[in-house]
Design a protein around this ligand. Structure first.
Ligand code: SF4
Length: 176
């Protein structure tokens, strides 16, 4: 027992080191998202996340935006608990048949004007799960999509870049 404890103390960590943070680039990107949101909306951006049937890989990256490493809220960008308070619906996963109605109702409950962002390859066209008996398909099969952010899963930086593309006046989408 003592030997095991001693070995555990001496062994190097088995986990991978975290990637070196590009703190300056990340801060600039997040600050730009907040600045453009204030120009277009007159306030900071409110996001409602909807898991329409994902494997949760995309959620892990979205949640990372709020962790101590990325800490997106310091730039005023908030995740809200209700679609009634949201400007953007961030939708992940292939839409499963069980979630079709819930996604449609969430979209209807979000006040206009609003944006829908489909996050991850599965949200584009069903990805790995396309053709499954349980899956309707991509998010655009159920609600209108303004922007797709590809990746399996997309990184937090990809997500920020996507939000910026959405918000910039000559960006990818028109607010509905
Ligand atoms: S895109 Fe990848 S990580 Fe995201 S839900 Fe699909 S399989 Fe999972």
């Amino acid at each position: 027992m003592r030997r095991t404890l001693l070995l555990n103390l001496l062994r190097p960590s088995l986990t991978e080191r975290a990637p070196a943070p590009d703190e300056v680039g990340l801060s600039e990107l997040a600050a730009r998202v907040d600045r453009v949101a204030r120009q277009r909306l007159g306030r900071s951006l409110a996001i409602r996340e909807v898991d329409a049937g994902s494997c949760n890989g995309c959620e892990l990256e979205i949640h990372a935006l709020n962790n101590a490493f990325y800490d997106l809220e310091r730039f005023g960008i908030r995740f809200v608990a209700s679609p009634r308070h949201a400007d953007v619906l961030l939708v992940t996963g292939p839409v499963t048949k069980n979630m079709r109605e819930a996604l449609w109702r969430t979209w209807q409950a979000t006040p206009d004007p609003k944006w829908v962002v489909a996050v991850g390859d599965c949200a584009v066209d069903g990805g790995l799960f396309a053709g499954s008996y349980a899956v309707v398909g991509g998010v655009s099969e159920v609600v209108p999509v303004d922007l797709h952010i590809r990746g399996c899963p997309p990184t937090p930086v990809d997500l920020l870049k996507g939000l910026l593309a959405l918000l910039e006046p000559d960006g990818a989408a028109v607010k509905r």
